[in-house]
Write a protein of this length. Structure first.
Length: 192
């Protein structure tokens, strides 16, 4: 089975994440999408980051009606700080029958050369890239790499930062979140 790994803090997961995940599940040739919830990075401020398991719960609520999209807590179980190359090696060892690929935005592709052992990732895994609005030119060093697939997905400009800020400012962000995620966030007074 071909599995696309979509990493993120998902703080909170929003409809933009779901649009991209569903587009990848339906139009990229991948069989499943795993939404990999990234644990808290000890080097980053935690003031607005929900607990790992609360964010996993939000991803579970967002994905439960999508049979091809699943939440994953795999990085909770791995040593920190964690690197994508290590997560991929661990998954490939544990699930040898599956083929794992990465899903990332075009903005992340531009910094791929800074990732730990990015050459190993490119040698062993496909990368599916969705477009982002960017002011930078399209001078991508990886543009012609056969392992990298640019997917003509909808461009969604919604950010979790915008959502958190506007919840705090008592704005209605309900349309930006999957309904069950909105209900959980609202009921538990999160991000206020």
């Amino acid at each position: 089975m071909k599995i696309g790994l979509y990493f993120g803090t998902f703080n909170p997961i929003h409809i933009g994440h779901m649009i991209i995940a569903n587009h990848m599940a339906e139009y990229s040739g991948l069989d499943q999408i795993w939404m990999v919830v990234t644990p808290h990075n000890p080097l980053k401020k935690k003031d607005t980051l929900l607990d790992d398991y609360q964010r996993l719960q939000l991803v579970f609520l967002a994905t439960e009606d999508y049979p091809k999209i699943n939440p994953s807590d795999i990085e909770f179980k791995l040593p920190q700080p964690n690197y994508t190359v290590n997560t991929l090696a661990y998954l490939q060892e544990k699930h040898q029958q599956n083929e794992f690929s990465l899903i990332m935005g075009e903005d992340n592709l531009k910094s791929l050369h800074k990732w730990k052992n990015y050459e190993v990732i490119l040698q062993n895994h496909e990368i599916y890239v969705y477009p982002r609005i960017s002011e930078e030119s399209e001078n991508l060093e990886f543009k012609n790499n056969s392992k990298i697939h640019f997917i003509d997905a909808p461009i969604v400009e919604i950010s979790s930062t915008f959502i958190r800020k506007n919840i705090k400012n008592k704005k209605n962000v309900q349309p930006l979140l999957p309904l069950k995620v909105w209900e959980y966030v609202d009921h538990n007074n999160l991000y206020k």
